[in-house]
Design a protein around this ligand. Structure first.
Ligand code: DC
Length: 214
């Protein structure tokens, strides 16, 4: 069997990764994977079970013990805990505040990488995150890096009803020692501060259709 193809879409918070990755996946018929949602699921689970997110050892032990599974519904991959998909719960302010702390722990990142690589069992993927092109699937030839001006990204988050200190989160995501946010070698960089999601995804889809011969 041919090895599944992975499209890696990395970038800063609120740079349009989710919206564009979903549009790209739909246009080319690939399965969509939101890796940020997986980190958020762990942050939510810790919060729910009163696990101290400031203690890397306890959080690493949680990764070894929690009962998770992957499912693919309507071409979107979900991480379930105890058979439950916490779609809404992972978007709360508490989860957002905790997530980049736990995402800095190397043992957490190892667990996530293994789980994310496992997703190829569902077929060709469009996977979005912070380290997909650099760390999770460094071997893929299809890498994109999205970014936009901080003011524009903050405006997008507020429009979604979420007030968040994006500058602080960017800093934590790019300055951690383990798989920090950075532009993968060979990634196509798109700054979409002045672009709509149709324009951004249009660029990606055109590029991929040409390279994949679709
Ligand atoms: O994309 P998001 O806002 O849902 O991501 C939540 C957090 O998870 C974010 O602070 C960075 C982290 N993350 C990561 O470190 N690596 C990934 N591949 C995806 C997300």
């Amino acid at each position: 069997m041919k090895h599944p193809i992975v499209i890696a879409i990395d970038g800063t918070s609120a740079s349009g990764k989710s919206t564009n990755a979903k549009l790209v996946a739909k246009a080319i018929g690939f399965v969509y994977v939101d890796t940020g949602a997986m980190y958020r699921t762990l942050a939510w689970y810790c919060h729910k079970n009163k696990i101290n997110v400031d203690d890397p050892k306890v959080v690493a032990a949680t990764c070894r013990k929690w009962k998770t599974s992957l499912e693919c519904v309507h071409n979107h991959v979900h991480l379930l805990v105890d058979g439950y998909h916490p779609a809404k719960e992972i978007r709360t302010a508490e989860t957002s505040a905790a997530v980049s702390h736990i995402a800095a722990y190397p043992k957490v990142r190892d667990w996530m990488k293994k789980t994310q690589r496992d997703c190829i069992r569902f077929g060709n993927l469009v996977m979005e995150g912070r380290d997909i092109g650099t760390n999770v699937f460094p071997e893929t030839d299809y890498k994109f890096y999205l970014d936009a001006k901080l003011e524009e990204r903050s405006r997008r988050r507020s429009a979604d009803g979420v007030e968040e200190n994006l500058a602080a989160r960017d800093q934590r995501d790019s300055q951690r020692a383990a798989a920090p946010l950075m532009i993968a070698l060979g990634a196509k960089v798109i700054n979409n501060s002045h672009m709509t999601s149709e324009q951004t995804s249009g660029l990606l889809i055109a590029d991929l259709k040409q390279r994949l011969g679709l």
